[in-house]
Design a protein around this ligand. Structure first.
Ligand SMILES: Nc1ncnc2c1ncn2[C@@H]1O[C@H](COP(=O)(O)OP(=O)(O)OP(=O)(O)O)[C@@H](O)[C@H]1O
Ligand SMILES: [Mg+2]
Length: 498
């Protein structure tokens, strides 16, 4: 007899206006397995999981949980049946405490009296059990690092006794040692018989922790295989339908004079007296753990946050940058880490998002927008970065996570800048598009642009950068030249250990 499946999704079809997001997709997940769900941006992974949870209604298909057919009208019903989904965006209430978030269902229970002390105690026990003794249950969730916010989400899911846990790109926001903590947690869940569906664009992670993998392409199944039977190349091939050579396209660095020099940049406790320079034609990496002050440093230079001290020189001339507007007029562009709130305008059409920040470039002498020019640039970006969309007129909110990131990047590339700050440029982007982004970065620095890249993926810093600074606790604690750029050296500085 065949083993009972935990999840059996059969012939799931879902169409959005203009896009067939899922076309008769099947997914079978066993009890106690970690099942990877992979595919290019827009392949349908998140949509499939939203259908499973009850957040999106399918047009047709069947879903079985432990052999029984289920129909969820909303995610609440899914949760009651033991299906917890942790989305690319969290569902926490930032002003409530950790304990309140974990037991949020109990808070809305109108009939019972809330036992606050007991609730805190239980939340603490849960977190202790998961191995996170240092998360304070009384802390407001907004004061936690993103990594810990994610742990709170997971803790919330397990206290609800879930039998299926879905993680949609959980490690995109984590530093490497936090990823290890997460993996230990998942291993523990697996041994308890919980089924985990794991979405990630990081192939190494899939190979390491997953038992089986299902690959989707353009809303349809490619295949489901044992992870032990595949390797990196095979997975890439299944996802993008071709081989991928030169994951980091080669570049002969042509490094010129100093383009930007910053001196003694400080902001509260998060950036402490940072000085560095970046040259024309150079890709300077900034490594370090999540929370080490990398994003804050870029924002302080760019004028997005007020700095307490510090000077910015461009081409040897001191600038008075104290707002993003002035930064832009000085030729600095910033791709922000948080694309949802800063990188794109979700409720505006894709077309305008791409060209909004650089409308001047698309205007005629009489200040009239040249639509043909606007359209042709946007088409070029869509083609280059393979942005998957229904129509340019659709709002950015209709795009998958990775495709939103590509729009944010296109918007930045439309501006003519001499210096680009890129904060996690390839977050959530699939392997094929990553390579395209690296090629674009290479082409820009070849033309003499100075580039500063923050990335939590060490391989990306090593593969892309000519030099890297490592931050820890708001300070630069190390500088590594091209020859010294190794994972060991980066970990040594970012964690202060060997
Ligand atoms: N609400 C929506 N309205 C219109 N189209 C949508 C909507 N949600 C998803 N889509 C489309 O469905 C397709 C699948 O999107 P989905 O978010 O499932 O992709 P994904 O595999 O999760 O990609 P990523 O790796 O970028 O997160 C995409 O083409 C997307 O544009
Ligand atoms: Mg997605």
């Amino acid at each position: 007899m065949q083993e009972q499946l935990r999840i059996d999704m059969r012939q799931i079809t879902k169409r959005f206006e203009g896009v067939k997001a899922l076309n008769s997709v099947n997914l079978q997940v066993r009890p106690g397995e970690i099942h990877a769900l992979m595919g290019e941006n827009g392949a349908g992974k998140s949509t499939l999981m939203r259908v499973l949870s009850g957040a999106t209604h399918m047009d047709s298909g069947h879903i079985f949980l432990d052999g029984t057919e289920i129909h969820f009208a909303n995610p609440k019903q899914g949760i009651e049946k033991g299906i917890s989904v942790i989305y690319q965006e969290f569902a926490l209430v930032y002003d409530l405490t950790v304990a309140e978030n974990i037991y949020i269902d109990k808070l809305s229970d109108k009939h019972g009296i809330i036992d606050w002390k007991g609730l805190k105690q239980k939340a603490k026990e849960q977190l202790d059990q998961l191995g996170f003794l240092n998360i304070d249950v009384n802390a407001a969730v907004r004061d936690l690092s993103v990594a810990y916010q994610q742990i709170v989400e997971i803790c919330k899911a397990v206290t609800r006794n879930c039998s299926v846990l879905v993680l949609d790109e959980p490690t995109a926001v984590l530093a490497s040692y936090e990823v290890e903590q997460l993996f230990r947690l998942l291993d523990n869940f697996k041994r308890r018989g919980i089924s985990i569906i794991y979405i990630s664009h990081r192939i190494d992670e899939i190979l390491r922790i997953c038992d089986r993998v299902t690959v989707l392409k353009d809303g349809a199944n490619v295949d489901t295989l044992d992870v032990s039977a595949v390797d990196r190349n095979r997975l890439v091939n299944m996802m993008i339908g071709r081989e991928l050579q030169n994951f980091f396209p080669p570049r002969e660095p042509k490094i010129g004079g100093v383009k930007m020099r910053v001196k003694n940049i400080s902001r509260g406790n998060v950036v402490k007296n940072v000085s560095f320079e970046v040259r024309k034609g150079e890709v300077l990496g900034i490594g370090g753990l999540v929370g080490s002050g990398r994003t804050e440093l870029l924002r302080a230079i760019y004028g997005a946050d007020k700095r307490d001290s510090g000077e910015v020189y461009i081409d040897g001339i001191k600038t008075g940058i104290h707002s993003p507007k002035i930064a832009v007029s000085n030729g600095i562009g910033l791709l922000p880490e948080d694309r949802k709130t800063l990188g794109v305008l979700l409720d505006l059409p894709i077309l305008h998002n791409i060209t909004l920040a650089s409308l001047k470039k698309f205007c005629s002498l009489l200040h009239k927008i040249n639509f043909k020019k606007e359209l042709s640039f946007s088409r070029e970006m869509i083609d280059k970065l393979k942005i998957k969309l229904g129509s340019l007129e659709n709002n950015v909110s209709s795009l998958s996570g990775g495709n939103q990131q590509k729009v944010a990047l296109s918007k930045l590339l439309a501006c003519e800048c001499g210096i680009l700050f890129m904060d996690e440029p390839t977050r959530g982007v699939d392997v094929g598009a990553k390579v395209e982004i690296y090629k674009i970065i290479n082409a820009l620095v070849d033309q003499g642009l100075a580039m500063v890249v923050v990335s939590s993926e060490m391989t990306e810093i090593i593969g892309m950068c000519d030099r890297a600074l490592i931050m820890k606790g708001g300070e630069i604690v190390g500088e590594l030249g091209k020859d010294e750029l190794t994972e060991e050296n980066m970990i040594h500085y970012s964690m202060g250990v060997n």
